[in-house]
Design a protein around this ligand. Sequence first.
Ligand code: A3P
Length: 341
Amino acid sequence: MDYFLTSPDCDTISKTYNGQIDSHLIQKTNDGYREILPNLPRGKGWMTEHLVQYQGVWLTPNFALKGLMWVQDHFKPRSTDICLATFPKTGTTWLKALTFATVNRTRYGFADHPLLTTVPHGCLPFLEACPNDLDGFPSPRLLSTHFPYTLLPNSMTVNQSCRFVYICRDPKDVLVSKWLFMNKLRPKELAPISLEEAFELFCQGISHYGPYWDHVLGYWKASLETPEKVLFLKYEELKEEPSVVVKRLGEFLGHPFSLEEVSKGVVEEIMKLCSFENLSNLEVNKSSVLKLSTQIIIDNRHFFRKGKVGDGKSYLTDEMIKRINEITSEKLLGSGLVFGS
Ligand code: A3P
């Protein structure tokens, strides 16, 4: 099987580049990283001690920033690449599963599907983790990233112009999902982040890959300008009408569902395979881990909590809801994009 099973180690860029890219180029990227890091503004971290702000975006210094420099310096996009882009906690796991299952539906049977034994994040490479074997992947490659559209190199968005599938979600649900998730991952020596603090950080934009609203708007605008290149989805729409969205996804990916497939229930099979109920109850997703680097090892079960729309509101005070709704209206004003109340 040639789907992406191993998670490479991005702790030291040179390790992952070993044997793949000229050592002088590796050195240049490492030097660039070391040079810019001390001068970047710092903000409080959710999982790590702090985040750094690079070109207006908040990133983990030791993982996302390094990954970004790798992407900017060394990633060779192909026009056939399909990149799943998300802000953390907006439905990445679900989107990865649905896309992987849709693209590979004639390849794997539903009874012995890779998604039954591999967490969706293990099925496709994550650009931030500096995957070192991408050049050997056959086209079309399925990739994933949390990077905002504005940080991606022109080679991905203009010249070679990959296709992107983006999913967004109501910011209140994103905030609460993220707060609960990050506290599970936060090292024991750091005190847990309170909801009040998480709320303030999120509203100020100090959040991995944030500000959230800028992230969403970057892909939203790109989807309006080049709809054939960027498919923009909402978690809430996927919940409401999964079969409609899965069919749109198939079409966009160049794998439209035939009438025969539809009548045979292939769309429903994919939805069932990728459902929260199914994935969250699989042994691999209850007991295994995802290793993103030697420092970032995540229990797969943390990717599955409730999977509900509107759950964030049951954690937030009326005042918090009002404030986040106001920020959202202000930020999205004139964009044509709206979230529920
Ligand atoms: P909640 O914390 O609100 O339950 P991400 O995958 O981007 O990390 O997002 C995680 C959120 O998606 C979590 O939301 C999680 O429960 C939900 N989720 C994970 N898998 C899902 C699935 N198959 N269907 C619907 N929601 C899912």
